[in-house]
Write a protein that binds this ligand. Structure first.
Ligand SMILES: Cc1ncc(COP(=O)(O)O)c(C=O)c1O
Length: 259
């Protein structure tokens, strides 16, 4: 991106896209999701093409809404937009499909992946982009020198050998996630949303997210304050943790929302 170029994404989504676009002095154009958190494909394509955007960021599964967009919608975007499409698959391990194979089909696709989530090494700063040869060679030309330490690389190599262990972890996280959603549903004034990630977004109807957040904090429970998400005014996001922690969280939240 150069100064005054345009990049497009959805709203709400991961805030770092906007920050990186603005750091390039380019324009960031967010297009709201539909009320059910699905993609508004017609609006996205209309804005992207009329504004001649160079780049389209798509976080799928999306942070903070936690849903993975359906294959057809993403396909339609790739077919209808000529600029670069960056699909951020940070949470894909907890979802049902990946778009990586589509790199063979679409020459404008870049898929981002990270070791920060399921591998649990966010502090080591290791991630990667998957794309075709042409785009990869451009990225290589512009990447920061010494961007990844040899310690992080070695650790990454070791971790990708631990397939079975990681599969087991994903299985466990998904199980805890299902229970967490069931427990949230059982609380009064709480509406959890479907999740394809390792976190669950939920909205509150009787108490502000700010107040609930502070009351949980007083009990030593830190979750993420999200606030307004489209029509839902008071949203919070909780990361799936081991069952005993989830139990503590649900007990504390019950007190907060049903007091
Ligand atoms: C959608 C999304 N992309 C990227 C990241 C950051 O990943 P990394 O730790 O690899 O920078 C996060 C972290 O929360 C995220 O939610």
């Amino acid at each position: 991106l150069r100064r005054e170029d345009r990049a497009i994404s959805i709203d709400p989504t991961f805030s770092i896209y906007m920050r990186t676009v603005k750091a390039r002095r380019a324009h960031y154009m967010p297009v709201p999701l539909k009320d059910d958190f699905s993609l508004d494909i017609d609006s996205l394509l209309h804005v992207a093409n009329t504004m001649r955007a160079k780049l389209l960021f798509l976080c799928s599964p999306n942070n903070p809404t936690a849903n993975q967009f359906d294959k057809d919608s993403i396909h339609r975007i790739l077919e209808g937009f000529d600029g670069i499409v960056i699909i951020d698959e940070t949470y894909v391990d907890f979802a049902s499909y990946s778009t990586v194979e589509w790199i063979k089909e679409f020459d404008n696709l870049i898929v981002l992946r990270t070791f920060s989530k399921v591998y649990g090494i966010a502090g080591l700063r290791l991630g990667y982009a998957i794309s075709n040869r042409e785009i990869s060679s451009v990225i290589r030309r512009f990447k920061m020198p010494y961007a990844v330490s040899s310690v992080a690389l070695r650790m990454g190599l070791k971790l990708i050998e631990k397939d079975a262990f990681i599969e087991q972890k994903i299985h466990e996280i998904k199980k805890v996630r299902s229970n967490l959603i069931l427990n949230l549903k059982s609380l009064e004034n709480v509406k959890p949303f479907k999740s394809d990630t390792n976190f669950v977004l939920f909205s509150l109807s009787k108490i502000s997210s700010e107040k609930a957040y502070n009351q949980l904090l007083e009990q030593g429970i830190i979750i993420r304050k999200i606030g307004k998400v489209l029509n839902f005014k008071n949203c919070l996001r909780v990361t799936v943790a081991p069952p005993h922690i989830m139990k503590k969280f649900i007990t504390a939240l019950r007190e907060v929302v049903e007091e």
